[in-house]
Design a protein around this ligand. Structure first.
Ligand code: AGP
Length: 608
């Protein structure tokens, strides 16, 4: 995610803001910038790449008189990570920094261009800045103009704004993206996250959605965005040290990222539903024909995402789909059919095997499409089209929210291509979109209880020598993922297997010391999965049944059932997945493993 910091007070603002941006670097970014007013002039300095590039530019300027500034580290979503796309963006005497997604910016870009505005970047943030400037009228306070513009903006935002004519004031607001007020002595801060100003103050006000704020060195006022009525707010004293502040109070980045999955789902959907939320829109594919066949190629967890989506792509969009492990695909002479689209999935966009497989597909003259989380990464620069998962940077080596976002975008793709083909049953799309709209809040509500149950199971099973994860249909790739997470985090041998395959050999492994986590969702394969559970139980193997309510449907006194909240159709997977992630997390922490940096692993496998 992008990082924002605004400072107004008695210190030289530019170094305060740059240091604050450095403390937000862990959030991941690919460009940075700062805006400040000095000698009644508004200055904006930006640089692509790391903060050191911005510092080099600032070093040649006299920037120490300014006592207020706004700064930004950008995690590119729309538009490449270039200096021209970096924030702050300007419009007249205004400069603005933004974290989030301005969904309906195209309509306002066209409107503002019709009013003579010329844009110099690809970003929606520049449009938002111009929209604020466009709302300004003689005698109208900037707060009102800012609020009017924000009421028109759809999507998630945390924004901070400065005006040349009010050098010591900073305006800020949020909707569905974090923004905090830091209260100092004769100085005040706004920021995306506490680390930005933690060395200066521990007195914090957490802004809520629909709130807008004006700060000066000696004052802060929070208003309702809707009608600008002043809002009373309480302050909080933060006791965290810097590192726990970067984890948002979570013990590990992995846990933080598991709990960010509802946000990742919402961000994935942003801009991918039409205004009426009655259809899926994938602008990146509007001009591309429907693929006659799909070859999904990926590694590790990303491979599991492809396996999970395969039945949806075939059933909803009627596209024959084959899913391959990149390191296998690249070393055989694959037979790719004319027009077969190679869809490569990679969180990092740097995985060597996946990149090599992509190049083979291109040599075979396949149309290529990337599903990726890192803008401008190697893979995204070599495919015909890219769909970004918009999950924000994933710090922990173990992939969690990235997989969740990959599954979500693949599900949207299956709906989108099904829409275009006309192969969705009547009434199906509204039902799916309604379920998707409710998913983030439902998952948010379910996660704490899932963690509690995961912790209890980890206490019971973290010391075993090995375990099975079994599933059928879309639960099979989830079982593979559950096993992978246990392997890579707690170093316990765990095997994911197709439940229907147990009778073909693996069931010989079953014994009282060898537990089996069996996914038994209330889907079309429920009775088959239940039979597999009974096969294991009949041979004395401990079974942990992950299933939807009611528990009675298992009709056996299964000693250990984990009730997973039910959801519409394939959305069940978005509740089974965090359950499996949390079990592996709790097992690893119980065993004292290095959760965020497991041994032998790298976040991006850029070697064979
Ligand atoms: C996920 O927990 C693993 N760290 C690993 O399997 C990862 O998914 C794999 O290396 C692929 O990475 P990518 O998505 O960046 O291509």
């Amino acid at each position: 995610m992008c990082g924002i910091i605004g400072y107004t007070g008695h210190r030289p603002a530019v170094p305060v803001v740059v240091e604050g941006l450095k403390r937000l670097e862990y959030r991941g970014y690919d460009s940075a910038g700062i805006g400040f007013v000095q000698n009644q002039d508004l200055h904006v300095v930006r640089a692509a790449g790391k903060l050191v590039n911005l510092e080099e530019k600032l070093a040649s300027l006299d920037v120490f008189l300014a006592t207020s500034a706004v700064g930004h580290t950008r995690w590119a979503t729309h538009g490449a990570p270039t200096e021209s796309n970096a924030h702050p963006h300007r419009a007249g005497s205004l400069c603005l920094v933004h974290n989030g997604i301005f969904e309906n910016y195209e309509e306002y870009r066209r409107l503002l261009q019709s009013r003579g505005h010329v844009f110099s970047s690809e970003t929606e943030t520049e449009v938002l800045t111009a929209l604020v400037a466009d709302e300004r009228k003689p005698g109208l306070p900037l707060l009102d103009a800012f609020a009017r513009a924000l009421r028109k903006a759809h999507g998630a935002y945390a924004v901070a704004l400065m005006d040349q004519s009010e050098p010591d004031a900073i305006y800020a607001a949020r909707r569905s993206a974090p923004l905090l007020l830091g209260i100092g002595a004769g100085e005040n801060y706004v920021a995306s996250d506490i680390p930005a100003f933690l060395p200066y103050t521990r007195n914090v006000v957490f802004l809520e959605d629909g709130e807008i704020i004006r700060i000066t060195p000696s004052s802060w006022q929070i208003f309702s965005l809707e009608d600008l009525r002043p809002l009373p707010k309480s302050t909080h004293h933060i006791n965290w040290d810097m590192q726990s502040a970067q984890k948002g109070g979570f013990r590990h980045f992995m846990l933080k990222e598991i709990f960010e999955q509802p946000r990742a789902i919402a961000d994935c959907m942003a801009g991918r539903l039409n205004a009426a939320h009655t259809a899926v829109v994938i602008p990146e594919l509007e001009s591309s024909p429907l693929p006659p066949r799909l070859r999904i190629i990926a590694c590790g967890t990303s491979f599991h995402a492809g396996l999970w989506a395969m039945p949806l792509l075939e059933e909803w969009a009627r596209i024959p789909t084959c899913v391959e492990i990149a390191s296998e695909f690249r070393y055989r002479n694959p037979l790719l059919m004319p027009g077969e689209t190679a869809l490569v999935i990679s969180q990092s966009g740097e995985t060597a095997d996946t990149l090599a497989a992509l190049r083979i597909a291109r040599e075979c003259r396949c149309p290529t499409l990337a599903l990726c989380n890192v803008v401008g990464s190697s893979i995204t620069r070599e495919t015909d089209a890219v769909i970004y998962t918009q999950a924000g940077p994933e710090i922990s080596v173990a992939s969690t929210k990235a997989l969740c976002s990959q599954m979500l975008v693949l599900l949207l793709l299956a709906l989108y291509w099904g829409q275009r083909r006309g192969s969705l049953p009547s009434g199906f799309l509204p039902e799916a979109l309604q379920a998707l709209a409710a998913l983030p809040a439902q998952l948010e509500a379910a996660l704490p209880a899932l963690q509690t149950e995961a912790r209890a199971l980890a206490q019971k099973y973290a010391s075993v020598a090995g375990m099975f994860f079994l599933g059928r249909g879309q639960s099979y790739p989830l079982a593979l993922e559950g096993a992978l997470k246990v392997k890579e985090l707690s170093y316990i041998h765990a095997e994911g297997y197709a439940a229907g395959e147990m009778k073909h050999g693996p069931i010989a492994l079953i014994e009282p010391e060898f537990p089996s986590f069996i996914l038994v969702p209330h889907d079309s394969l429920f009775t088959k999965s239940r039979s597999n559970l009974e096969e294991v139980q009949a041979r004395g193997g401990p079974v942990i049944a992950l299933t939807n309510p009611p528990k009675s449907d298992l009709n056996l006194a299964v000693p250990q059932t984990w009730i997973i909240p039910d959801a519409w159709g394939p959305l069940k997977g978005f509740f089974f997945l965090p359950a499996l992630q949390l079990f592996s997390y709790e097992a690893a922490t119980r065993l004292g493993k290095d959760v965020d940096q497991p041994r032998n692993l790298a976040k991006s496998v850029t070697v064979e």
